[in-house]
Design a protein around this ligand. Structure first.
Ligand code: NI
Length: 230
């Protein structure tokens, strides 16, 4: 009888891990293995197996799994425990579809109320995005830029919903940006959008925003499609 291959065999540990680094090492090791596909979607990660593998107690394992769950790389499934989340995140499509409904509405309401300080702030985010290379930071700056243009919309619930979607995008970009190449294209849109907002040209700003979100959705859709075909 052949033994069923264990995906954890693909993970090699070099020497004992100092206790104070255990959580970080486990988290980083598992994250890398999930993102490069050695731990495929749907695999259940048992705390005791991981504790044995890393030669640590279950406590740092539990903490590392919690971190990975917060990053949407793991999902907790009843009776199975922590399971590697599906790579194809249909949420990403839904996020863009919802953003296309919500953000133009907020932009329309916000533009008439934006003052020169708001415009200047939005431009500082564009400038920071130009220099930034860290993916987590790019996601954060993109969210702040968009919110700078929408935040005067006198509808707190609408803005809360948008922020929720932008947070999801931020998490997605954090892990996938390097493989997608969204970079400069989006910056051109950002500049055009802020110029239109400054001119109080609502229709042009909305048009650019819709194109911006449509392009991002298409790029992410193509990227996810290539992942399925791999
Ligand atoms: Ni953007």
């Amino acid at each position: 009888m052949t033994k069923k291959p264990n995906p954890l065999d693909s993970i090699s540990i070099s020497g004992p891990i100092p206790a104070h680094l255990a959580r970080a090492v486990i988290e980083e090791t598992l994250r890398t293995a999930i993102l490069d596909g050695r731990l495929p979607a749907g695999i259940a990660l048992r705390q005791q197996d991981l504790a044995d593998l890393f030669g640590v107690s279950r406590m740092p394992v539990r903490e590392a799994l919690r971190q990975l769950e917060a990053q949407s790389l793991l999902k907790v499934v009843q009776n199975k425990g922590a399971v590697v989340a599906p790579l194809i995140d249909y949420d990403a499509f839904e996020t863009y579809a919802l953003r296309l409904l919500l953000e133009p509405a907020a932009l329309r309401l916000s533009i008439p109320l934006l003052d020169s300080e708001d415009i200047a702030l939005a431009r500082t985010y564009i400038a920071s995005l130009e220099l930034e290379t860290d993916h987590a930071e790019i996601g954060r700056l993109n969210r702040l830029f968009h919110m700078a243009l929408y935040h005067k919309a006198p509808n707190r619930k609408l803005l809360d919903l948008i922020e929720l979607e932008l947070n999801q995008e931020e998490r997605f970009l954090r892990f996938h940006l390097s493989s997608m190449g969204l970079g400069k294209l989006t910056q051109t849109d950002h500049i055009e959008m802020v110029d239109a907002a400054q001119d109080k040209d609502i229709e042009r700003a909305v048009q650019v925003l819709e194109r911006h979100l449509g392009n991002a959705s298409a790029v992410i859709g193509g990227y996810l499609q290539r992942l399925v075909e791999k």
